[in-house]
Design a protein around this ligand. Sequence first.
Ligand code: F6R
Length: 242
Amino acid sequence: MKVLILPSKEAAILRAADIVAAQVRARSDCTLGLATGGTMLPLYAELAKRHQAGEFSMTGVTSFNLDEYVGLAADHPGSYHRYMAEALFDLTDMPIMRAHLPRGDAIDPKAEAMDYEARIAKAGGIDLQLLGIGQNGHIGFNEPTSSLGSRTRIKTLTDSTLEANRRYFDTDEEVPKYAITMGIATILEARACLLLALGESKAEAAAAMIEGPVSAMCPASALQMHAQTTVILDEAAASRLK
Ligand code: F6R
């Protein structure tokens, strides 16, 4: 695991964008693993800006998102399908047919999770997996106590995750309680991972991920076992490192 500490949030985002852009330029038909959440928004905005400036094309790219809420259709305003369309896909030449997310409204979510795993394998696996981190150390929606050997499946979201997601929905009742998420073992199969964590609120989770024991209590700590992982932190997110 390589850890880069950048002086500001802006510098951290630019560095992360450099890595993604380099991947797409090096292999125009690469497969990206994508994440959602607040941290990814400025990164996607920077990538869209660079794409529009002609730095790279995404026409050959295939993508697989980490997760989607169970019960939400692709056009639901709170869905990750919508998030990705608005944050990245609609702002680039990314072919929508090759942009994969788990179908939240699948009749059989369990079968959908297994099928998603098969679709990743059929595409030849993921070249570069983008990740954020939850304040409780989750990656994707692999909440604490998730098996480090887990595959794509349905997870019940913890109270702290429900609270963090509340801002995206009108009422408490609308906040989805389950998600289909890639498992930790699925994530670790990516050929490279890039985790971006910004701000003081991520400092404790970042320290547990980097310096704590590899433990299901901090799912992100599993990345210590992945040699091709780069973690990018701003100074605030790095403030609890020893
Ligand atoms: C979402 C995902 C989550 C987020 C994490 C951080 O696809 O994978 O693990 O990356 O919850 O979210 P933000 O960036 O909103 O703090």
